[in-house]
Write a protein that binds this ligand. Structure first.
Ligand code: HT7
Ligand code: ZN
Length: 844
């Protein structure tokens, strides 16, 4: 396979002035006629005319009215063209009915839909399929289906046809077409300048009752982007379509967002609070792309973080504003540590802006998205809120309509702040999670904090230079009062000391407040200090972090030395949980524990070999001890979280349900599940129903409820995904693989549907002790299914290979077992480029 390098970027030799497409839809022989106006690009001298094209049957090619015969390969075509503006016309035939990869034009439940990012447009017609080639598009769709949609504004309509015109120049990856028997959930939005926008959420008949929440989320997002970023929507219509077969969450096509139905359809009966919050965030994310991604796009795919990091950052700001900022920050830190840290510290480690790839689809990663967002958060913290706003205004003014780079992005900050950000830019080019260690010295009323940073070697990068790291620090006096408010220390050297003077007594330092940088903090306060911070820290993130560190510390000692659960942790958590003034969502988070996988990483980093069963046992023991320690409080937590108003997915109610659920989970460890059975019977929303069912399954009960759940929800594919996933997540270690295998034999296991495949195989990989069963059966089952899925859907297969990225943490026997499975995958004949690249990188 060919490797593509950032350093080799050259612009395309031609500009595109307009694109006209006509689609004659047919399941197995859709005709796509294109008429494209090209002219030589005055900025370049290379006049090679290459159009991407894959899996296309060329029927005719014409230049300026004269039929031509291009040279065609499986990647595209070349042909001689005039050294002046010309019109290229082509007719190709494609087969959407057999497109199981879900890239290009494909079919899902009888509906035509497209997915063009990153390189799917080349499966629709011959085109310079690269993000720096931007053009206006007019699209005519001929097809006997009730709803025919494309980007932009409607510009004509008749029996069996519709035409759409998108006035905003865009790259081909933002092209979209949808055609099918769909029903609209309509609404309207008046923009800040008074323009009326027609909004529609299009769904399959039967799903009409699941649209209201998504539509509200869309309107809130539109308003928020006006209020906070001054960004107004720019078309007369905004359409969203829900699709069942989709490789990722959603896609920001101009004026026609396409969503995985799991990322947009919601109702109290079928969706959990976690689903509601995720849907709200994804709708916001895709909408925000209209400016950060669509109006200003990426010059090339190496710059993916330019749109994704910024848009994730913006959707996180939105969620913080709509819900609770501390709770959102804690969720983001948990998520970053669970998904991005393992990636950044393993064989798949790559910079936020990668420098090479074989298959770009493999770089839609937690590093590009979530670390990319963290980098923007650091930049904002360093320059301040006002300068951030100014820089963003300049970014939108200066670059509207352009395809940009990270250099352009950094430059708007340099120009508005007069700061030299060349060192800061290392965050985009150096991979790996930096470690920041802290030592403290207390002398004569002065606290000196010495911070040092280091980053381990990562693939392709053996030596690292120091980063600019904003470390937010506050100090607490002995009585718990804050004696030094949060201050952002700028760590720029390998080692640096910072002094806090004039202190009356030795304070307790609260370091990396609000998780001010995506680093691993190596600070070893005593458990007494941690307990103090858990009781008193005024920074909600670090208060939570103190509890988390106590939990981790006790778990590691339980795993390594068979210690008993630590009293500092149990007493500290009890005190926090008793505090009725604290937000229930926040208290629920306090009951969380580090994941098994995080504990495995900690052990590995400290030079130990993680034993998955020992980790499982320690976590279960600590949970049991917590249940006993909180026994008297549990009934109060239950009554405090009862809700006597009609269901709402808002943060307040969701927080109560989350704390109530955490309390129920502890209660079931004491009562054998009887309360959970009662709650299951009484549940009138999916959050309660699923929480109660998980508690029952965890206690080894719940088989009757599981079949009742199946009978109740068999007709609802999104709820059935939960039914599949839950059984594997809740299975005991020894039963996980058999449970997953049995589910793959279930008649409803439609493995070609990415949501269903992920429900079972994703849950298998996430059930740490079950997946890492000593005989390797978990590894073999996942590999069997990845091998089966690869020819059908390479993108989803490749993504799921990352379950194996942690293989070097484990003992030699497990390493041999995983390596054998990875080699088996790699040796599969005709393995896709996507999966080949992922497995080769994982093997190292
Ligand atoms: N920009 C999109 C990323 C994407 C994608 C989405 C759906 C299917 C395949 C895809 N490949 C890349 C989604 C986003 O980040 O908003
Ligand atoms: Zn995005």
């Amino acid at each position: 396979p060919t490797t593509i390098y950032l350093k080799d970027y050259t612009p395309f030799g031609y500009l595109v002035d307009s694109v006209h497409l006509t689609f004659d839809l047919a399941d197995h022989a859709t005709r796509v006629t294109s008429r494209i106006a090209f002219r030589p690009n005055p900025e370049t001298t290379d006049r090679t005319f290459f159009l991407h094209g894959e899996e296309l049957t060329l029927v005719r090619a014409v230049i300026d009215g004269i039929e031509v015969t291009p040279s065609i390969t499986d990647k595209g075509l070349t042909v001689d063209v005039p050294d002046a503006p010309f019109i290229w016309e082509s007719v190709v035939e494609i087969d959407p009915g057999n497109n199981t990869a879900l890239e290009g034009l494909y079919m899902s439940n009888g509906m035509y839909c497209t997915q063009c990012e990153a390189e799917g447009f080349r499966k629709i017609t011959y085109y310079p399929d690269r993000p720096d080639v931007m053009s206006t598009f007019t699209v005519r769709i001929n097809g006997n289906l009730p709803v025919l949609l494309s980007n932009g504004n409607p510009s004509g309509k008749g029996d069996g046809w519709a035409e759409w015109t998108d006035p905003w120049p865009k790259p081909a990856y933002l092209f979209a077409l949808v055609a099918g028997d769909l029903i609209a959930h309509p609404d309207r939005f008046t923009t800040m300048s008074g323009r009326e926008v027609e909004l529609n959420l299009w769904v399959r008949p039967g799903d009409e009752g699941k649209c209201a929440f998504g539509m509200e989320a869309l309107k809130k997002s539109m308003k928020w982007d006006e209020d906070v970023y001054g960004r107004e929507y720019d078309l007369d219509v905004f359409n969203i379509v829900a699709v069942d077969d989709f490789n990722m969450g959603a896609m920001e096509n101009k004026g026609l967002n396409i969503f995985n139905s799991s990322a947009v359809l919601a109702s109290p009966e079928t969706s959990t609070d976690v689903n509601f919050e995720r849907i709200e965030a994804i709708i916001a994310h895709e909408y925000f792309h209209n400016w950060t991604g669509n109006r200003i796009t990426c010059r090339d795919w190496f710059q993916l973080c330019l749109k994704e990091g910024l848009t994730v950052f913006r959707d996180a700001q939105f969620t913080s504003d709509m819900r609770s900022a501390p709770v959102k920050r804690i969720h983001d830190a948990i998520d970053l540590r669970a998904r991005q840290f393992p990636e950044d510290n393993g064989p798949l480690s790559h910079p936020v802006r990668p420098e090479s790839f074989q298959e770009i689809n493999n770089f839609y990663t937690a590093t590009v998205y979530e670390k990319g967002a963290e980098v923007i958060g650091m930049l904002k913290r360093l320059v301040g809120d006002e300068a951030y706003s100014k820089a963003l205004d300049l970014y939108f003014d200066r670059h509207d309509g352009q395809a940009c780079t990270i250099e352009d992005w950094i430059k708007v900050f340099e120009d508005t702040t007069d700061r030299d950000l060349s060192q800061f830019k290392r965050w985009y080019s150096q991979s790996g999670t930096p470690r920041v260690s802290v030592t403290e010295d207390w002398t004569d009323g002065t606290l000196t904090l010495t911070l040092s940073q280091r980053s381990e070697p990562t693939p392709g990068q053996s030596r690292k230079l120091p980063h600019v790291i904003p470390v937010a620090v506050g100090l607490l006096g002995p009585n718990g009062d804050e004696v030094h408010a949060t201050q952002v220390l700028e760590l720029t050297e390998a080692e640096q000391s910072f002094q806090f003077t004039g202190l009356a007594a030795k304070p307790v330092a609260s370091i990396l407040r609000d998780f001010s940088a995506p680093v691993i903090l190596e600070h070893d306060p005593s458990n007494t200090e941690r307990a103090f911070l858990l009781a008193h820290d005024t920074d909600p993130f670090n208060r939570w972090q103190a509890g988390r560190s106590l939990a981790q510390d006790t778990l590691l000692r339980m795993i390594r030395q068979d210690a008993t659960p630590d009293a500092d942790y149990l007493d500290g958590i009890l005190a926090v949980l008793r505090d009725g003034d604290l937000d229930p969502a926040y208290r629920a988070l306090m009951l969380g524990l580090p994941t098994h996988s995080e504990l495995a990483a900690e052990l590995f980093d400290a030079g130990d070999t993680p034993d998955p069963m020992a980790i499982w046992t320690a976590v279960e023991t600590l949970r049991q001890a917590t249940a006993q320690h909180l026994q008297d409080l549990l009934p109060r937590l239950h009554s405090e979280t009862l809700i006597d108003t009609p269901f709402s997915p808002n943060a307040e109610q969701a927080g109560k349900r989350s704390l109530g659920g955490a309390a129920l989970s502890l209660t079931s460890r004491l009562d054998g599940g009887s309360k959970a059975a009662e709650e299951y019977a009484a549940a009138d929303n999916m959050t309660l129903q699923l929480t109660a069912l998980s508690c029952l399954l965890r206690t080894g009960k719940g088989q009757d409820e599981l079949s009742a759940f199946y009978d109740q929800w068999q007709h609802d594919r999104l709820v059935m995904d939960k039914w599949f996933g839950l059984q594997v997540s809740m299975a005991a270690p020894a039963a996980t693989v058999d449970t997953a295998r049995a589910l793959t034999e279930h008649t409803d296991f439609n493995w070609k549907n990415p949501n269903r495949f992920r429900a079972v195989m994703g849950a298998l990989a996430m059930n740490h002790a079950g997946f890492h069963r000593a005989d390797g059966a978990g590894y073999a089952l996942l590999a069997d299914w990845l091998i089966r899925l690869d020819p059908v859907n390479p993108q989803t297969t490749a993504r799921m290979c990352s379950a194996f990225q942690i293989w070097k943490r484990y003992d030699a026997d497990r390493q041999d077992l995983i390596r054998a499975q990875l080699n088996r995958i790699l040796e599969t004949p005709n393995l896709s480029r996507d999966t080949t690249e992922m497995v080769s990188r994982i093997l190292g």
